[in-house]
Ligand binder design. Sequence first.
Ligand code: PLP
Length: 394
Amino acid sequence: MPDKKVIYMDNNATTQVSDEVIEAMIPYLKDLYGNPSSIHTFGGQVAVALKEARQSVAGIIGASDPSEIIFTSCGTESDNAAILSALRSKPDRKRIVTTRVEHPAVLSLCQRLERDGYTVIRVGVNSEGLLDLRELAEVINHDTAVVSIMHANNETGVIFPIREIGRLAHEKGALFHTDAVQSVGKIPINVDENFIDFLSMSGHKLHAPKGVGALYIRRGTRFRPFVIGGHQERGRRGGTENVAGIVAMGAAARLAEENLDTEQIRVRAMRDRLEKGIIDSIPDVKLNGHPVSRLPNTCNVSFEFVEGEAILLLMDQLGICASSGSACTSGSLDPSHVLRAMGVPFTFAHGSIRFSLSIYNTDGDVDFVLEHLPGIISRLREISPFSAEKAASL
Ligand code: PLP
């Protein structure tokens, strides 16, 4: 158990595992430990559980055939597997089109592929985090093997128009991969309506445990495995399956689908109240990301003249968990690549905080943050060498 009460608003980093999900997976950690590839009935029972999980995961993204889903170890593996397969299945094409605001699971791979001789085009975003579709249309050409563009951004929650993007990719004969790690379970998504060839998901972002992910591969799309080994996942991903994790992901997908409409109305209402409360009670605050085209759970705000890390530290003392937009964990205090791509001014970018809510938050959590955050910001501004008054007097 945590040592003190936690107000957890960092759900884009990871989520609490639902009790129902834990209950669903326990039998596969204890009694039903057979190998799903075994011929005996004991293993066969486990294979049935995998089949059901595959159906649930297919269901939440509107995939018509559960065999279009393979289970992986995480969202990162799904992203890597999709992009690498697309390149191998279109060996005559050497261009990858992506954006400047993708997760490192895509951006770091693209950097590596660039060193291997591929051309990588990274399309920018405007100050609200939106893509320019005309620019995108210009850079997708007949040399493009894959367009890899996320559905929703993990830092700002901004949602991209994947239907238009998928159409542009297909017009030039390119494959379309979307990283939907942040959107699945939070907003509806349908692979057939959006020209999607590959879609990445991750269990731990939707109340399943860490260590399980999934990749949708459109039926008929050639697929070259990333993890090469046995015949698991119909030869598309070697390695004995993480059975309990997969069962958990299936249960989480089922729950998320059932609760999508009602819960998202409640989560959105809490997020909006948090956001309005912050903007109304604290001066010199800026909302990052498009106000409407955004995940219902995400609020990314910048407080001018304060460091995000200092805000996090003081919130942490009160048990409030959120994230900052700077990359100090990687040893640099540069603002995040997403905020930089959006051109967020320097004095704001350093003081950005992401609050990401879930169905487990309560109105009381929002009240608690709104009660304490204004005091935290004014204390930090008093000691900041960069306060507005100090800047004006320079
Ligand atoms: N893609 C996005 C948009 C993410 O937010 C994340 C995780 O934060 C990932 C990919 C990686 O997922 P995983 O942690 O399951 O590897």
